[in-house]
Design a protein around this ligand. Structure first.
Ligand SMILES: NC(=O)c1ccc[n+]([C@@H]2O[C@H](COP(=O)([O-])OP(=O)(O)OC[C@H]3O[C@@H](n4cnc5c(N)ncnc54)[C@H](OP(=O)(O)O)[C@@H]3O)[C@@H](O)[C@H]2O)c1
Length: 248
């Protein structure tokens, strides 16, 4: 049994709370949040100084507040981890034993919690603490990877390309269809298959489309249809990158 407390009630904090509640091997000691909790059944507090004893404290607050929040906690020599991909564990106040518990997944409060595969990148300041973080992953039924800071930064960068930027491209596609009174839903099977294909193929090998075929007639037609200069620039940049990748 691991006793843990979660700090933060944003996208990640809420998901972790739901996962902890589903585990019989984890005992949630406290959920600390400066805002009112919607999970009334859980013991929550906004009094960060009045923190109870736990085996591990998981700080799930915005990157810019991690240090400040870790300083507020009235703790000494306890295991404290943050969930950020881009920050070193030494951003946490050095009163305590520090570590990282970075979930390489995308979480949005509005998206109801459902079974998600969540790889966890773990790191700890002291070797003795890694076992507890491994057990925490096991009890949460999540796969873990021991990843040092240098590698985690790179993973975070790759995650921005594969998740945030691709999601922004969906957003552009959404606007293009909406502006032309077309239902975005018709694109969803294509979006789904694009993601499915790279589970089996290297992304460059899965590429199709006019740039991959060097079809300049279609490319020029598309550019004429695009009225937004930023979208035209993105289209041109991606087209060139795909052509370069395929030496066209
Ligand atoms: N979202 C993701 O997909 C994702 C994935 C992997 C890792 N992460 C990492 O997980 C961490 C949390 O991200 P998130 O998406 O959950 O952020 P979020 O939804 O913006 O929530 C941030 C939380 O931090 C709290 N907070 C901010 N400043 C605070 C302060 N000074 N004192 C106390 N509480 C404070 C907020 O409280 P209020 O609600 O009261 O403002 C909120 O509960 C970040 O380090 C992020 O990089 C996020």
């Amino acid at each position: 049994m691991i006793n843990l407390s979660i700090i933060g009630s944003g996208n990640v904090g809420k998901h972790f709370i739901a996962l902890v509640q589903n585990s019989k091997d984890l005992n949630l000691i406290q959920w600390l949040s400066r805002s009112e909790s919607c999970y009334q059944k859980i013991k929550t507090t906004s009094d960060f100084k009045n923190i109870e004893k736990a085996d591990v404290y998981v700080i799930c607050v915005s990157d810019s507040s991690i240090h400040e929040v870790s300083k507020t906690l009235n703790l000494h020599n306890q295991l404290i981890v943050h969930t950020s991909g881009i920050n070193h564990f030494n951003i946490l106040c050095d009163n305590n034993r520090r570590g990282v518990f970075y979930p390489l997944q995308t979480f949005t409060k509005e998206n109801k919690t459902r079974e998600l595969e969540i790889p966890i990148c773990i790191e700890s300041e002291y070797n003795e603490d890694i076992k507890l973080l491994i057990d925490l992953c096991k009890y949460l039924n999540l796969k873990y990877y021991q990843v040092d800071y240098e590698k985690r930064k790179i993973l975070h960068l790759a995650a921005v390309f594969s998740n945030n930027f691709s999601n922004h491209l969906y957003s552009i596609a959404y606007k293009i269809t909406k502006n032309n009174n077309i239902d975005f839903d018709i694109l969803k099977p294509l979006i789904q298959e694009t993601a499915n294909k790279i589970l089996l193929l290297e992304p460059a090998k899965a590429q199709t489309g006019p740039a991959r075929r060097d079809d300049m007639v279609t490319i020029n037609n598309h550019l004429k249809l695009l009225k937004n200069d930023d979208y035209r620039n993105i289209y041109k940049t991606f087209t060139q990158l795909i052509k370069d990748e395929n030496k066209l």
